[in-house]
Design a protein around this ligand. Structure first.
Ligand code: AMP
Ligand code: GLY
Length: 425
């Protein structure tokens, strides 16, 4: 079978790597892909903002399976468009992807189905906003309704700054585009967990849990990023807690979407805060996480393609996911300046030496091929990922590998996994 992967980041490189290992797969095509993906797959150009362009690539390639990586194509309706043309595609429809593409929709859905989440108000006017901000105690969380690539959440220390932030979202001063709705939310304190599941619209199969590191700086300081590193261990969630999340969050979400005639087929990514009153949903994503996928797929023993096809065919309940016990970790190497402005085009060296470290895979997030040379091509450049019997060993391997790599302005956090390591001390 030929598999088409839409996307150009580390998540898609990891998906391409896992798909290639499947016995069912003869060829992998990535659109548009990146420098790393070009080494293991054929890359074809495409604009991920252009629905017609993506459909054309799929029609030209006639893949047996298309996997959609990022949220934007999902929110544009790429799954509906390919299904209408008789192509098999893994991901939620436009209506189901609303769990990610509209925070207002997600919050109301959570409330309708009694799924634990922070208290909130969805505001469409300055008047509603003022009333809502008055009843919340600072810090107040202000969120853009639509997709904002990690930049849509503002944690405000006063009612005044919350008002200003919300107004900035309404006018478009903050994100460039004016938001129709803004969500005002209660601040939740705790540890964050990324709880990803596969679903065929009826059943749920959890992937191994992961913890992301969203801030740019060590000790979780500085601005938010797309994710600077992640780890996955079996001990991240106690078995009882895992079951609780499954029964009180993931399953009711899938059931609720089915009841509302928008069945969710794809990856349901539950971003959870582990609070004093139990796990609460911070957000849903309708896709694999980045860099969670890099760490999660390194631990997957069973066939990814088989699992994704089971979702499409509605037979996930009869499919078993098998995992390597132990741990994995991913350290993201970024360009100097990220998440602000940065330069690209710098040669990357040491990739082969890094890949020789046992258990290591180097996934490219933002790279390009320039002749025979791989050069930097994004803010997040590489996700150096390692699997091992213990988290300490996985982190040692990932850091040993990243130390082999050089490019102008390379930056990475040296404290990935710090929360887990502190807990086990
Ligand atoms: P999101 O874009 O919804 O994933 O939010 C980005 C980040 O903002 C989350 O990963 C959290 O770190 C933080 N965040 C979102 N909602 C809340 C909340 N209600 N309380 C505290 N932090 C939050
Ligand atoms: N790592 C966070 C995300 O994929 O949204």
């Amino acid at each position: 079978m030929k598999v088409l992967i839409l996307g150009s980041g580390g998540r898609e490189h990891a998906l391409a790597w896992a798909v290639k290992r499947s016995e069912k797969v003869a060829e992998v095509v990535c659109a548009p892909g990146n420098g790393g993906m070009a080494e293991i797959a054929r890359c074809v150009p495409v604009d991920l903002k252009n629905l017609d362009g993506m459909v054309r690539v799929a029609l030209d390639e006639q893949p047996g399976l298309t996997i959609v990586g990022p949220e934007l194509p999902l929110s544009l309706g790429i799954v509906d468009a390919l299904q209408e043309r008789g192509l098999r595609v893994f991901g939620p429809t436009k209506a189901a992807a609303m769990l990610e593409s509209s925070k207002g929709f997600a919050k109301r859905f959570l409330q309708r189905h009694n799924i634990p989440t922070a208290n909130y108000a969805v505001c469409t006017t300055a008047d509603e906003l003022e009333k809502a901000v008055e009843i919340f105690h600072p810090p107040i969380v202000v969120k853009a309704d639509g997709l904002a690539a990690g930049k849509g959440v503002l944690i405000c220390e006063s009612r005044r700054t919350a008002m200003e932030a919300a107004q900035g979202l309404f006018t478009g001063a903050l994100l460039g585009e004016a938001e129709r709705q803004v969500v005002i939310e209660e601040f939740l304190a705790g540890d964050e967990i990324s709880f990803l599941c596969l679903s065929d619209g009826k059943s749920v199969a959890p992937l191994v849990p992961a913890q992301d590191h969203k801030r740019i700086g060590e000790g979780d300081t500085g601005p938010n990023t797309g994710g600077m590193g992640v780890y996955s261990t079996d001990t991240l969630l106690e078995p009882g807690m895992r079951e609780w999340i499954l029964h009180h969050i993931a399953e009711p979400t899938i059931q609720g979407m089915a009841e509302e005639d928008t069945p969710f087929v794809g990856v349901l990514y539950c971003g959870l805060m582990m609070t004093a009153r139990g796990p609460q949903v911070l957000e849903f994503n309708a896709r694999f996480g980045d860099p969670e996928t890099q760490a999660i797929l390194l631990r997957l023993e069973s066939d990814l393609v088989e699992a994704l096809e089971a979702c499409i065919d509605g037979r996930l309940a009869q499919t078993e996911l098998r995992w390597f016990q132990g741990a994995s970790a991913c350290v993201v190497a970024s360009s100097s300046g990220y998440p602000g402005s940065y330069k690209t085009g710098y040669p990357i060296s040491g990739l082969s030496a890094a890949a020789r470290v046992p258990g290591v895979q180097v996934f490219h997030s933002g790279s390009a091929q320039l002749g025979n040379q791989i050069v930097t091509g994004g803010g997040r450049v590489l996700g150096v990922t390692a699997v091992a019997a213990s988290l300490e060993e996985a982190l040692d391997r990932a850091y040993q590998a990243v130390a082999e790599i050089q490019f102008e302005g390379i930056y990475y956090r040296r404290d990935i996994g710090h929360r887990a390591l502190r807990r086990t001390l």
